[in-house]
Design a binder for this molecule. Structure first.
Ligand SMILES: [Mg+2]
Length: 373
């Protein structure tokens, strides 16, 4: 039985290794919501909410998550004894949506349960793989030449799959340039982040000729029916990301044949219990699956790596070490990737297997709030 004692919410501003330019200016750090939950029995678990600053990937943001946790979720969980981590979601079921906020709470409870059982989170989840292959995503580049350079760097670093972001300003020409430079054999995927409609069918058909591992989320973020129409017309597997907000949507995808691969992000689907259900569904129906990333710090990454050790995650995970993004990460030991592109989920220590660097987190903290549970 797990009884929670307190939760500390913190917003940190973590400096990026390379500032990135958006329409609204240059961003040199990311706002990140971290939770530290303490159990009555003394264990402590850090977790990370993957909601971003603006509702561009999902309707949630770091500020809505902060509000939902403080105003609704903590009061609903106060004083309750949890028989299993998934009980968190049962307790919060009356509140619709806010899956990323719920996931941050639920995932911390999995970590606490693993510590109480004296096993690693990976083992508690049913993980078996000691080495997990890593893929990398490359953002939209202004020119084909620059994309080819980025792909060359990433292949040299050992990544097992290269995913390039595509959109109206960077589509088949960019894929063509990469195939021309590296040949037909490098594992290559594209991710459109919902930037097309069925009116773009000719363009999407053109992508079908490049031997891609997948075309990720070509159509609207909440669509399943049109993706089914599209999948029928394409030989390349469609992978769904944004559209799969939980196990029920994954089941709909299977029934409608909206795609053949699932990008599983525990934050997007409401936590690890939901991620495990989707993993089981994919195994049952022979769908490929992989663990996606949301630019997490080393804390969120540790949860993703533990999940990715399950046998049904058949494709490389988005588990690049934090040194790819951050000037300095907030965990010890820092995540590393082998020269041949694998990470090792920690199986030896109870819980998450990485320590939060409290001093560094304290220095980066912009606001914090402690709530009794
Ligand atoms: Mg995606």
């Amino acid at each position: 039985m797990l009884t929670l004692d307190a939760i500390e919410m913190r917003e940190i501003r973590l400096p990026l290794k390379q500032p990135f330019r958006t329409a609204s200016g240059v961003q040199d750090s990311r706002r990140i919501l971290l939770l530290e939950i303490t159990a009555r029995t003394g264990e402590t678990a850090w977790s990370e909410c993957v909601a971003q600053e603006t509702p561009r990937y999902s309707p949630e943001t770091i500020d809505t998550a902060w509000f939902a946790i403080r105003e609704w979720f903590v009061p609903a969980l106060r004083g309750c004894a949890l028989a299993a981590p998934s009980d968190v979601l049962a307790r919060l079921a009356v509140f619709r949506g806010h899956r990323m906020a719920k996931a941050a709470l639920e995932m911390a409870c999995w970590n606490l349960a693993a510590q109480q059982a004296g096993v690693s989170l990976a083992a508690l989840l049913g993980g078996v793989r000691r080495r997990v292959p890593v893929g990398i995503a490359i953002g939209v580049q202004p020119e084909e030449r620059l994309l080819v350079e980025r792909v060359r760097e990433r292949l040299a670093q050992g990544y097992r799959n290269v995913k390039i972001k595509i959109g109206p300003t960077a589509d088949a020409r960019f894929v063509e340039a990469v195939r021309a430079a590296f040949g037909p054999d490098i594992p290559l995927s594209v991710d459109a982040n919902a930037s097309y409609t069925l009116a773009d069918i000719e363009l999407l058909r053109a992508l079908d000729g490049y031997g891609l591992t997948m075309i990720e989320q070509p159509l609207a973020h909440d669509d399943l029916v049109r993706h089914a129409d599209l999948q029928e017309q394409l030989a390349t597997p469609i992978c769904l990301d944004e559209s799969i907000t939980g196990p029920d949507r994954a089941e709909d995808m299977v029934r409608l044949r909206s795609g053949r691969i699932v990008n599983v992000k525990p934050g997007r689907v409401g936590g690890l219990s939901a991620a495990l259900s989707i993993h089981a569904l994919c195994q049952k129906h022979g769908l490929d699956a992989w663990v996606g990333g949301m630019l997490e710090t080393g804390i969120g990454r540790a949860y993703n790596a533990a999940l990715a050790s399950l046998p049904g995650f058949t494709l490389p995970g988005d588990l690049a070490p934090g040194s790819r993004y951050w000037a300095q990460d907030i965990v010890r030991p820092a995540w590393t990737m082998s020269p041949d592109g694998f990470v090792e989920p920690p199986f030896e220590q109870p819980g998450l297997g990485v320590e939060a660097d409290r001093d560094r987190i304290a220095r980066l903290t912009h606001r914090s709030e402690r709530l009794a549970l």
